[in-house]
Design a binder for this molecule. Structure first.
Ligand code: G16
Length: 548
């Protein structure tokens, strides 16, 4: 008997897979009701150790269900450079998660054989968790698996998801990316941010103050930590900090984006800046109250165009030959795509939903800006871009203006968390750009006007009955659904709609946009009814929009 079996089998017996339960690897890992996840967590601990042995690097495991309600939980597995687990290994993770205890040994042996893994190589796993009540015990299940494999682990306790991604990359680059501690994360971001502020003329109209909706999650705690480093530079007032409300309940980036309204718990005032994080602080959206009292949202698309436009200008002013591109998903508002490609003249690519897909596509550019409309995104700089920006910042033959622009780019690069979308780092990036541009939120928002849109959810028996193609813009099954959607869309002006199964919730998502809000609402409703009818809707059909 292989040595590992002697310890893994008895440990696995304490984490039996639930009979009749099937686990799918979703958009960002396994995610479901927390009470169904013990065996999955144990098996993710196993997969992390195997991946660590295979890559001879440290692997991250984050216990979180991000924007989902508090009763859910989930797990995200982080690759050596801070990306999400590669697709090939998602398959292994799924096999392991669904293996009975009797099948477990065979599945592990298969993974070892397929990948030629040397089991004598040491393994290291880095773990963190969000604030959910179920997270400590699920984290303990991951640790049980790591111990059973006799591997090394570091438990960082409560962190945001992007902080864990950052730490994994720091550890695997021997500190080249940054110091591998939580303090190192704050230090890296705050140093770059304050440098940018020092470079920007002081006497300006920029408001160094922002109210942060912490979604009653871990992001709220971490913003308060960062505040200590940024005293006098940026005043971050946190609300929905978890002291009273429930995680993601009537607050957080998803609530604000989907509902197109401010979160609960906010004194919503004209002239102030607001942003919302999600439950594990890997998404951010901005919003404000306009002078006429209406709610204005700057979602991931607006953030992406703000960042891409500014970086493009800086690259041009230094005179660097770097290709900058923007990656969006089907959810990107049509106006943002038009603005980016036609007005800003930035190449735009479309990827499937999920950071893992956007991140991969962004690697095609020297500077890849990627954002989902829901506020999840970041900027990644290729080695070529990093080298040329660094050498320009040190090039004494450049004019002072060019050199200053290169130094700005360098600092902006350090404000970005290049491993994954990060609400805290994105907030600092946006604030730096707003200050440099002397833009208020009204100025930023007026860059282009979003096409009115609506997002709905439909409950069906099996959401995987919906299959899609063309970066999720067309449904290939059930038969007849896409044709029916096309016919419906044709009834509205400047309209578009698509449907896809969510990879984080047990629903089908419906997106619609049109030239006015009533049409967008009606179109979303019409398509939701089609999904309910043709894809095995559960319960009552969707309710018509209020306006009709
Ligand atoms: C995760 C992914 C995002 C994705 C979101 C919703 O975010 O990381 O890329 O947009 O799920 O996915 P779906 O529409 O498939 O449910 P988070 O913030 O929930 O981890």
């Amino acid at each position: 008997m292989s040595l590992w079996k002697k310890s893994v089998f008895p440990a696995a017996a304490q984490h039996q897979k639930l009979d009749g339960q099937t686990y799918n690897y979703g958009t960002a890992g396994f995610r479901t009701k927390a009470n169904l996840l013990d065996s999955v967590m144990f098996r993710c601990g196993l997969i992390a150790v195997l991946r660590s042995k295979k890559t001879k690097s440290s692997i991250g495991v984050m216990i979180t269900a991000s924007h989902n309600p508090e009763c859910d939980n989930g797990v995200k597995i982080v690759e050596p450079m801070g990306e999400m687990l590669i697709a090939e290994w998602e398959v292994y993770a799924t096999q392991l998660a669904n293996a009975s205890n009797e099948e477990l040994g065979g599945v592990i042996e298969g993974i070892i054989k397929d990948n030629n893994i040397d089991m004598t190589v040491s393994a290291n796993v880095i773990i963190a968790r969000d604030t959910r009540p179920s997270s400590p015990s699920l984290s303990a299940s991951v640790i049980d698996a790591i111990k059973a494999f006799n591997a090394v682990y570091t438990d960082y306790g409560m962190l945001t998801t992007p902080q864990l991604h950052y730490l994994v990359r720091c550890v695997n680059t021997n500190g080249q990316y940054g110091e591998a501690t939580e303090e190192g994360y704050y230090k890296k971001l705050s140093q770059a941010f304050t440098q940018l502020k020092i470079q920007t003329p002081g006497d300006n109209s920029y408001l160094p103050e922002i109210s942060v909706d912490g979604a009653n999650g871990v992001g709220a705690l971490k913003v308060l930590q960062l505040q200590k480093e940024l005293k006098g530079y940026l005043d971050m007032k946190v609300f929905n900090d978890g002291s009273t409300g429930k995680l993601n309940e009537q607050c957080g980036a998803d609530y604000v984006k989907v509902g197109q309204k401010p979160p609960a718990g906010v004194m919503f005032e004209v002239g102030k800046k607001y942003c919302s994080f999600d439950g594990d602080a890997d998404r951010i959206v901005y919003f404000f109250k306009s002078k006429d009292g209406s709610f204005r949202l700057m979602d991931g698309d607006k953030i992406a165009t703000l960042i891409a436009g500014y970086l493009k200008e800086l690259v041009a002013s230094v005179g660097l030959n770097l290709q900058l591109g923007l990656v969006q998903t089907a959810y990107a508002n049509g106006s943002s795509t038009y603005y980016a490609s036609t007005v800003m003249k930035v190449p735009v690519a479309c990827a499937k939903t999920g950071v893992k897909h956007l991140h991969l596509k962004a690697l095609d550019f020297d500077i890849g800006v990627y954002f989902e409309a829901n506020g999840h995104g970041t900027v990644i700089f290729s080695e070529k871009a990093t080298k040329s920006i660094t050498s320009a910042s040190e090039d004494s033959s450049l004019t002072e203006d060019k050199k200053q622009a290169a130094v700005r780019l360098l600092n902006l690069m350090d404000v970005c968390n290049q491993t994954v979308g990060d609400a805290i780092s994105d907030m600092l990036l946006v604030e730096s750009i707003l200050e440099a541009r002397l833009w208020s939120l009204e100025d930023w928002n007026s860059a282009y006007t979003d096409l009115p849109n609506r997002l709905l959810k439909v409950k069906v028996e099996d959401r995987n009955a919906i299959q899609t193609t063309d970066s999720e813009r067309k449904a290939t099954s059930p038969v007849g659904l896409q044709m029916a959607i096309d016919t419906t869309v044709a009834k509205y002006s400047k309209s578009r709609s698509f449907v896809r199964p969510s990879g984080t919730e047990d629903v089908v998502r419906v997106y619609a946009e049109a030239d006015n809000q009533t049409s967008a609402d009606q179109l979303a409703y019409d398509v939701a009814v089609l999904v309910h009818k043709l894809a095995g809707g559960v319960g009552d059909p969707p309710t018509p929009p209020m306006s009709s």
